[in-house]
Write a protein that binds this ligand. Structure first.
Ligand code: ADP
Ligand code: GN1
Ligand code: MG
Length: 370
């Protein structure tokens, strides 16, 4: 992240249609990709309010214009659904603040891309689940999000990162990194490399079914991390799904799987003490129940059968991506310490093992709520 004290926020915020006088901006959230800030403003009546101000990582998102076009289309569709029922959508979806020239992003002279959203107050995201209902509510929110977009024309969306959840291609990129070994790190991670190689054949299972039309292509979120759903402070409901950068055509198994990967681990994603890391079955049950309550009428029988496979492959894939980035010299995910991506990879592989051990119970839980 650019040192935030070096950013001329006063000049930057002047480009957006914000209400009030700029007070200040502070780094916000724990995302691995974009630089997020909470910007405060004083209104004419003396009260203050905030906006989310984000620099889009255009090393990763190569085409921010099209990405923002996707977000405009998707949030527009969701807003229309709420509006047609006379319901409020100010906290139910991201609301873009436009620039003075009416664009959904601002491009600086240094080719940096900024965007802004209404700040959803009275709700927050969590890194780790804190209570029984969190995962039920997150599952329900991601399930409803998928439902809201079930009649959205997938073909109108730009494919932000092609093959984002193509686990087989992630495996090939990993093998390339092992073979190149550009930072001489491969010899230190033999156990992790073996772990991946043993599961290589499984990596293509979901994409093969999609290619053979056995699984439907849907509009999916593709980054259903637990910290991408805002939980209302009062009701505990998952009121708004955020981080819409990767909304693209995909599989329901990706969204279910990535949420299980991130939400059912009672420890941090970068926890070094691996005995604390697991795939907690009680949390799995809560998420599955919440998700199926919102989606059981739309998912096909095969999609429901394969939910545990989604959990396993998305967790394996994420571990592979962290390991690949470690081997490549930490060029993709933001890191905050040496070996950070390796620590993250190890938690994911610990969870994969746990998922393998709890396979029968996971299947039973899915059967119970289908
Ligand atoms: P990243 O892609 O880097 O993960 P996110 O878009 O998820 O970035 O934003 C980072 C964090 O900022 C989120 O986890 C959430 O806590 C907070 N956030 C994002 N959008 C909003 C919003 N509109 N209102 C309030 N908080 C938000
Ligand atoms: C990134 O942006 P954030 O932190 O929500 C990544 C996800 C990974 C996740 C792992 C665009 O998500 O795919 O699963 O880190 N997003 C992108 O924590 O690569
Ligand atoms: Mg995020």
């Amino acid at each position: 992240m650019t040192n935030y004290t070096d950013i001329d926020f006063l000049q930057l915020v002047g480009n957006f249609r914000f209400e009030g006088e700029f007070i200040g901006a502070v780094p916000y959230g724990f995302g691995h990709i974009n630089d997020t800030y909470a910007a405060s403003f004083k209104k004419a009546d003396g009260s203050s309010h905030r906006y989310i101000l984000q620099r889009i990582n255009n090393n990763i998102f190569k085409n921010p214009e099209q990405l923002m076009n996707n977000i405009e289309l998707v949030t527009g569709h969701i807003k229309q659904k709420f509006a047609s029922k006379g319901a409020d959508y100010s906290r139910q979806t991201l609301n873009i603040i436009y620039t003075n020239s009416g664009k959904s992003y601002f491009k600086t002279n240094e080719d940096k891309y900024w965007r802004a959203y209404v700040f959803i107050e009275g709700a927050r995201t969590y890194q780790i689940v804190e209570n029984e209902n969190h995962l039920y509510n997150a599952g329900n929110a991601f399930g409803k999000f998928q439902n809201l977009l079930s009649d959205f024309e997938a073909g109108s969306l730009y494919e932000v990162i092609p093959d984002f959840h193509n686990t087989g291609k992630r495996y090939s990129a990993f093998m390339d990194a092992v073979n190149a070994d550009s930072c001489n790190r491969a010899s230190g991670v033999k156990a992790e490399i073996d772990f991946v190689n043993k599961r290589a054949q499984e990596t293509v299972k979901i994409t093969e079914l999609l290619e053979n039309n056995k699984l439907p292509v849907r509009v999916t979120h593709n980054d259903t991390k637990f910290n991408n759903v805002m939980i209302d402070d009062v009701t505990g409901e998952g009121i708004c799904v955020v981080d819409l950068d990767t909304v693209m055509p995909g599989s329901s198994l990706y969204d279910f799987g990535d949420a299980i990967r991130s939400g059912t681990n009672p420890a941090d994603e970068d926890e070094k003490e691996l005995s604390k890391v697991c795939m907690d079955l009680r949390l799995f049950e809560n998420y599955t129940r919440g998700y199926l309550d919102a989606t059981r009428n739309v998912l096909t029988p095969l999609e429901i059968d394969l939910l545990p496979l989604g959990a396993k492959l998305m967790t394996l894939e994420c571990g592979i991506r962290f390991l690949t980035d470690y081997l490549n010299g930490d060029v993709y995910f933001k890191i905050h310490r040496d070996g950070h991506n390796l620590d993250r990879c190890r938690t994911q592989f610990k969870m994969v093992e746990d998922i393998e051990n709890k396979w029968v119970e996971m299947k039973e839980i899915v059967e119970k709520y289908r």
